[in-house]
Design a protein around this ligand. Sequence first.
Ligand code: RM4
Ligand code: MN
Ligand code: MN
Length: 432
Amino acid sequence: MTGTYRISQSDIAEQNAKALPALQEDYDALARRLARGGTDIETIAKAVAGFGVAIPSWGVGTGGTRFARFAGVGEPRNVLDKLEDCATIQKLTRATPTVSLHFPWDKNKDVRAVRQLGDELGLGFDAVNSNTFQDQADQQHSYKFGSLSHTDAATRAQAVAHNIECIEIGKVLGSKALTVWISDGSNFAGQQHFARALERYLESMRAIYAKLPDDWQVFIEHKLFEPAFYSTVIADWGTNYWAATQLGPKARCLVDLGHHAPNTNIEMIVARLIQFGKLGGFHFNDSKYGDDDLDAGSINPFQLFLVFNELVDAADRKALDVAPAYMLDQSHNVTDPVESLMSSAMELQRRYAQACLIDRARLEQAQAENDALMALDTLKSAFNTDVSPILGMARHRTGGAIDPLGLYRWSGYRRHKSNERPAQSKQSAGIV
Ligand code: RM4
Ligand code: MN
Ligand code: MN
């Protein structure tokens, strides 16, 4: 059972009515400004309205660090509560039409009921995620020393079976992809034979790949460190690309922005994967030091804009055979996760809208003439354009809130949920 409190469409309409006159004025002014450069604001507004990013089910719970988790109030208790929070995010932002479930965390006796609640709330199901990075209570073999690449065949088989089970659940949900991130790796030099570990991984992945329905994809997620600190089996995009290529056309690479060393040129990795036809999707978040899982664009919004620049450029050149899957992947200790997820979804829309504003002819000319300064200026002038009125208008037109954060706080949603969802005395360490 989920709770009863819902933010209503009439709440949204009532609050929007107050904000609309100022928004209209700003929108019209921006429309005139963009028209001077030959850009039709309506095209951008339509593109923004069509933008969607999946919410990870685990993201609506309060996250933690390796040291502690400080539980929030009114936290979701199960997958149904999580869907309810995801629906609230979608209702206000209209930017998050799908949810990405994670198993076994989101296990429910009745998968059909989960799907049904999604339908009722107007939510679709994006990629399903497997979890072989921690042991479950009823599990026979431990993942302490790895899962899909484990030295022990029975442990590998167990991890393969879990991934196949995720596909089965995903079929009921209407998902079309499986995301696989493994924590396999080593902490000591010499602990693991690099080549053999990767071979074992590939063999396990082949068994999973064989069970993918025809219209499914599998996304492989690389990560350079953590929880293993000396080496990880799928450490970087090179290894990821190799594995995806070995597996076949349904396998693609997933780029989690936090899974690279600081200062890595992530936008170029994106460009390369597009060029090689292997970009599967994203886990959006931001970081300063590692896999910090901070809100998208909260540390380096320019990098996020540059990633979208590559995506828009590729779409313009028709270089994307399949639209990449967008997902948020962030975990919080200090904010209300619903607020953080809303602001991250809007941050993605913002950088996407700005990437649509880039004067591509001017950029191309600057590149042809080796005019570095003009090339950067072309990007910067799009990046420096405040597209807020476009985002607000796109939301208003699709039934969302002009000011999602303001409306969320005004509604007292969290207070209502804290009454409906009795506190869980879970003060565990870690992200879950
Ligand atoms: C990992 C990775 C995965 C996510 C887990 C919880 O670092 O980003 O995508 O499922 O964290
Ligand atoms: Mn991730
Ligand atoms: Mn991560």
